[in-house]
Ligand binder design. Structure first.
Ligand SMILES: NC(=O)c1ccc[n+]([C@@H]2O[C@H](COP(=O)([O-])OP(=O)(O)OC[C@H]3O[C@@H](n4cnc5c(N)ncnc54)[C@H](OP(=O)(O)O)[C@@H]3O)[C@@H](O)[C@H]2O)c1
Length: 231
């Protein structure tokens, strides 16, 4: 069975991806900070009968990142790493003139530094997989200049760039940076609580990520909704 590590897997997109991969036979290592919510997500994914290991912890903690990869090794290896856990830097989001620099630092630590740390930890196993892949969950805020999204967007732009360079340095892997589009999740509500317009559910976005795994296009930046348009 292929093995995936997914960070931020207790709710939202991470939980939806975990369920979708388990349904397709993947063994999983799931991470997030809130243990009881993560356990519930792992139980939900585990109903398909594959092995699902919950590893509570914070991706900014190097020890937690080591534990995630060690759990994958115990399952037999690692074929897919999904760097999905994310911090906004300010909740709700604010303009750059009042963005706390500590908030920006926290967003960079979670979205960029921890993501690279986990890639470094995972590379020895990913290189051994015939289908080794890394998914960096990005955002359109990485590419577009939206008022108040500057700190978070800068962190996602940095994540995209790390992914692009990693793809060049690791030609044996697929490295996909994926913009999932807006989704109805706690993160989106925390970012813009005044926006109550309905957004797509994470479950409706997850099939775009599965399409990547099925079709294995070249490394690069993709938008999950447009992946679903191309059959
Ligand atoms: N929702 C949108 O509209 C939207 C749009 C574009 C991109 N995205 C991206 O999509 C991804 C998933 O976001 P989402 O909307 O699904 O958010 P979500 O529902 O709020 O889920 C975020 C997940 O990350 C975990 N997490 C946060 N900080 C963490 C940390 N330091 N260490 C470990 N786990 C951590 C959370 O659990 P704990 O809090 O328990 O740790 C949770 O499992 C993110 O990369 C986000 O930037 C979202």
């Amino acid at each position: 069975m292929p093995v995936a590590v997914i960070t931020g897997a207790s709710k939202g997109l991470g939980r939806a991806l975990a369920a979708a991969l388990a349904e397709r036979g993947w063994d999983l290592v799931l991470g997030a900070r809130t243990a009881d919510v993560l356990m519930e997500s792992a139980r939900y994914a585990g109903r398909h009968g594959t092995r699902v290991v919950a590893v509570p912890g914070d991706v900014t903690d190097a020890g937690h990142r080591t534990e995630l990869v060690a759990s994958a090794r115990e399952l037999g290896g690692l074929d897919l790493l999904v760097n999905n856990a994310s911090a906004l830097g300010a909740e709700p989001l604010v303009r750059l003139d009042v963005l706390p620099v500590a908030g920006l630092r926290a967003a960079l630590e979670t979205n960029v530094v921890a993501a690279l740390g986990l890639v470094q930890e995972a590379l020895p196993l990913l290189r051994k997989s015939p289908t080794g892949a890394v998914v960096a969950v990005s955002s359109d805020a990485a590419a577009e200049a939206y008022e108040t999204w500057g700190g978070y967007g800068a962190s996602k732009a940095a994540l995209d760039h790390l992914a692009a360079v990693l793809a060049v340095e690791e030609p044996g892997l697929r490295v996909w940076s994926v913009d999932p589009g807006d989704m109805q999740t706690d993160l989106y509500r925390a970012a813009v609580p005044e926006d109550t317009d309905p957004r797509p559910s994470p479950g409706s976005v997850a099939p775009g990520f599965l399409r990547l795994l099925e079709q294995r296009p070249a490394s690069g930046r993709y938008a999950a909704p447009s992946l679903l348009e191309t059959r």
